[in-house]
Design a protein. Structure first.
Length: 265
């Protein structure tokens, strides 16, 4: 039998678990694992405190399902030194900065997602266990990185504690959505409600469906702008190029700029 690697279709030897993001891929991953008779030692969801309501509904649904099939499910959070929890949006309001991805960094992912899960595994003696991640075969850059990790023993050794089952099973995003459809579950994208990577349509749906959350995003933007920490013309270009208000006048200004060949950010 060949040595196990991160693109093996079978689980690794020893203890392993799943980092659950709350979205389409990781939800489908859990369903497929159960169908294939695979049982993780743990399933972790790291709560940012700023997920969309639909994500929290999906997390609750998956948590109940996990309990019914015997998958241990845990929710973890980033806890400050004083023992308190601070959500992504509360942190942005306090510091008067936008989420770090607005500036090209991934600090919010590390602080509110990666760090709490790593801390939980360490506290439970599982820091050396393998973690299954729900990247699908259509994510070409991630697939390429995973394949390099398999081929080069010197390439980022930390990746060797990860496992990419969906890539190994050659399942793409559409395949994941089909799995959820057969289960009778909705397809829910996992995202903080104020993620700078959201597209214009996502901001519009947030404003229409969750106006109170949209108002918080406006407050975050206003605070960062007042403090000189936000060039909203470039940071929120997906939301219209000028601001989050999505007003017709703003969108008209952006469209006029585009027609004149003026770049937004």
């Amino acid at each position: 039998m060949s040595e196990w690697n991160i693109l093996n279709p079978e689980p690794p030897p020893g203890i392993w678990g799943v980092n659950f993001g709350g979205g389409v891929n990781s939800t489908a991953l859990l369903l497929l694992m159960h169908q294939r008779g695979m049982f993780p030692a743990w399933v972790l969801f790291s709560d940012t405190g700023s997920e969309r309501p639909e994500t929290y509904e999906n997390v609750a649904r998956v948590k109940d399902w996990c309990a019914s099939v015997g998958f241990p499910f845990e929710v973890v959070r980033w806890i400050r030194k004083d023992g308190s929890f601070e959500s992504v949006h509360d942190n942005c309001l306090r510091t008067e900065y936008l989420p770090s991805k607005a500036y090209g960094y991934s600090g919010c992912t590390y602080k509110w997602k990666i760090q709490p899960m790593a801390k939980w595994r360490k506290q439970n003696g599982l820091d050396e266990s393998v973690v299954a991640i729900g990247y699908d075969v259509g994510e070409k850059a991630r697939v390429k990185k995973a394949k390099i990790a398999c081929q080069d023993a010197e390439y980022d050794p930390s990746l060797r504690t990860l496992w990419y089952p969906l890539i190994a099973w050659e399942i793409d995003r559409a395949g994941c959505e089909e799995v959820l459809k057969k289960q009778g579950w909705p397809t829910v994208k996992s995202s903080c409600f104020l993620c700078p990577h959201m597209r214009k349509g996502e901001w519009e749906s947030l404003k229409a469906e969750h106006p109170s959350l949209f108002k918080i995003a406006l407050d975050v933007e206003a605070g960062a702008k007042a403090a000189g920490n936000a060039n909203t013309a470039s940071i929120f270009k997906q939301a219209g190029g000028t601001c989050l208000c999505l007003a017709d006048a703003c969108l008209t200004d952006v469209n006029d700029a585009d027609s004149k060949g003026v770049a937004n950010g």
